[in-house]
Write a protein of this length. Structure first.
Length: 100
């Protein structure tokens, strides 16, 4: 991804790095998330799909963390850009033992 990459959704163009920053900030605000490791944003028939990989705190309840991340990412992207998010796919890749 370069700074000039754009995501086209309908008639709207958004810089990919802007959407990635929204996703990163939204996901890290969720309880139990210690780090966002990878983010992929894909246009999908008038909406967006987001794939992200996380590190989470040890002893967190992973389905709850994933559900919160899905909710905040969808809400924040829609609120800030007006673009609908159909899918937020969350993968927990690593445990962070320093954060519970």
């Amino acid at each position: 991804m370069s700074e000039n990459d754009e995501i086209v959704v309908g008639d709207m163009k958004i810089a990919e790095n802007v959407v990635v920053k929204i996703v990163r900030e939204s996901a890290t605000s969720a309880t139990g998330v210690s780090q966002v490791r990878e983010i992929e944003v894909l246009p999908k028939e008038g909406a967006l799909a987001v794939n992200l990989t996380l590190s989470v705190g040890y002893k967190t309840i992973y389905p709850d963390v994933a559900a919160e991340v899905q909710k905040v990412v969808k809400t924040d992207i829609n609120r800030m850009t007006g673009v609908k998010v159909d899918d937020v796919n969350v993968t927990v890749e690593r445990l962070d033992f320093s954060k519970e």
